[in-house]
Design a protein around this ligand. Sequence first.
Ligand SMILES: O=c1ccn([C@@H]2O[C@H](COP(=O)(O)O)[C@@H](O)[C@H]2O)c(=O)[nH]1
Length: 270
Amino acid sequence: MTRQQLVQLIRERQSYLCVGLDTDIEKIPQHLLQEEDPVFAFNKAIIDATRDVCVAYKINTAFYEALGVKGWIALDKTVRYIGNSHFTIADAKRGDIGNTSDQYAKAFFEAMPFDSVTVAPYMGEDSVKPFLQHAGKWAIVLGLTSNKGASDFELQPLQSDEHLYEKVLTSVSNWGSPDNLMFVIGATQAEQFVQIRKLTPHHFYLVPGVGAQGGSLKEISEKAMNEDIGLLVNASRAIIYAGKGEDFAEQAYKVAKEYQVEMAGYLVKN
Ligand SMILES: O=c1ccn([C@@H]2O[C@H](COP(=O)(O)O)[C@@H](O)[C@H]2O)c(=O)[nH]1
C-alpha cells in the first residue's frame, strides 16, 4: 500500500486506528477452542467486527510463533483474510546482517502479503535496507518504544547531548523516505513527541501504548499529527479482550468505535 492510499483510507474512514491482533490462545473465549483453528476463528470475528472503524491491523508474530507450525498457519490465514482493504503490519521486530534481513523481508513481503514489518535498528543500515527494497512495502523502525526499558538505551544521552533515539531517527530517516519508512513511537513517551516531530516532520508513526499501557490518544494526536495525519495508533488488548464471552467481537467493536469517534474529532482540526 502506498502512502497516498493510506492517507486516503484514513480520511475516508475518519480513523487512524490500528487494531492489534495479539491473539493469545489462553485468553480467547472458551467456546472457540472447539474450532479447528481457534486463533484464526477469533481473528476473523474481530476483523469482521472492526474493519469499518480501523485502517490497519498489526499482527504481533510472537503470539503465533509461540504455537509453532499451527501459529504460522493462523498468521498466514489472518493476513490473507484481511486482504487489501487495510494496511497490514507484521510486528516481528526483525533485523540482521544484510543477506539474512533479505530473507526476513521475503518472508513477510513475498511468502506472506504484509504491507510492512517492524525492524530493530541496532545492527545499522545494512540490516534495515533490505526491508526498503520492495515496492509498495514499508519498514517500521523502532524509534522510541513504549516500554520501561526504553530508558536503558534509547533515552540515554550521547556525548553530543542528543538522546540515542534521536540519533536513530535522524540517521534512519536518510536510509529510506517517508514513502517507505515509518517509526515506532510509544504513546507513553508523550513528553518527547514535539521533539520527535521536529526531527521527522513527514514520517508516519506507528504508536502503540494506548489502552492497556495508559498512553493518551488526545496527547499523541495534538502533538504529533502532521499534514498527512502521520499516525497509526495501535491498541491490542483493550480492543480484542474487551469482552470474554460469546459477544467478544461486539464488545471489541464498541471499544474500537469509541477510538474511531475520538479520532474523527481530531481529524476535523487537520
Ligand atoms: O514500543 C512498543 C513497540 C511495540 N509494542 C507492541 O504493541 C502492542 C501493544 O499492545 P497493547 O495490548 O495495546 O498494550 C504489542 O503487540 C506490543 O508488543 C509496544 O507495546 N510498544
